[in-house]
Design a binder for this molecule. Sequence first.
Ligand SMILES: [Zn+2]
Length: 399
Amino acid sequence: MYDIALLGVLLAAIAIGFGLGFLHATHRKKTVPSSRPPELSREYFVGLNYLLNEQPDEAINTFIQALGVNSETVDTHIALGKLFRTRGEADKAVSIHQNLLARPALSTATNQHIQLELARDFMALGVHDRAQRLLRSLLENAANSPYHQEAKRLLIDLLEREKEWQDALDIAQPLLKQQPGMRHPAAHWLCELALEEIHQSSRALARKHLKKALQLDECCVRASLLIAKLEMENGHYQRAIEYLDRIPRQDIAHIPTLLPALKSAYERNNDLAGFETHLYQLLGQAPYTSVIVALGELIHRRDGVESAIERTGEWLREAPSLGGLDYLVDLYLESQRLSGKTPPDSRLLLLKHHTDALLEDRPRHRCRHCGFTSENLEWQCPSCRRWGTIKPITGIEGE
Ligand SMILES: [Zn+2]
């Protein structure tokens, strides 16, 4: 760890050394023949000595003193600040950037650049209120600056972290038309607002947010799922089913996500035949294990275990999966129990032991962007912070 940090400092030192050498060379250009090597300042060698003695903090302080702040060195100071931040020493980055801001002679653009970096430092330190103040002031005072868009992006990121969904929406609102990519996260912020309203028993407001989410992003699975749940609470099972029915068209990978709600809606509506028809329709769209198992269960309850074995076996021949095999073994064990075979066939028990072991601790969801896996479905990936990228794992080992 220390080696990596030292390497970072060394790189900075080389950059500064080069910068100093270059500055000296520039100053001396008129009087010294170009064949002579540029002269380095005394502070550079003092700093180098600190580095060689493995005193990186003293080395950096010496280099900063040697460098002085002017229009030619300010970028090096900013780069040093960034270096500290990426090394996890955001407090030092803050002092470098604040020190720079105290200089009166900076250009407006440079001043804005430093403010942006300082906001990043405060974010890295978790001092979100100070970062937010800086970014809001940048947005107010730097409307035409090249840093305006970046300040907006950072502020939205910050507001998301603070769960200030309405504020994030207000900031993003002007961007939603020109930047379609923003509509997807904005639809999720509306879902978050809807959940807050549901928590406070304001279901009408929640519904308004969810409808708006679907207007912004017609493929927002989460909004369809939440509206379906609201419809179920009101006893409108058929309408709930209609919203759930949209989900495979919005994102086919979320069929396993909608199944529990779909089952519940049909059961409460006393319509198991309707559920079966719906499951066959889903099976035609994507033969996921969860759909096969749900259909197998329906047939098991209605026609008995032998029919369930026969049909499940047929579907699994077309779409083999570990979860499906595990379910089929369960059905075989049940069949043996019913026929009075005790204990059951040891080969079946061995097979069940293996499928159980393979399915144990298996993640059920994966982020399609960064590969993060989780047991439960999370709408914002905790790793890459993207919205809606975590989906059920399907296929041979999946749902
Ligand atoms: Zn991710």
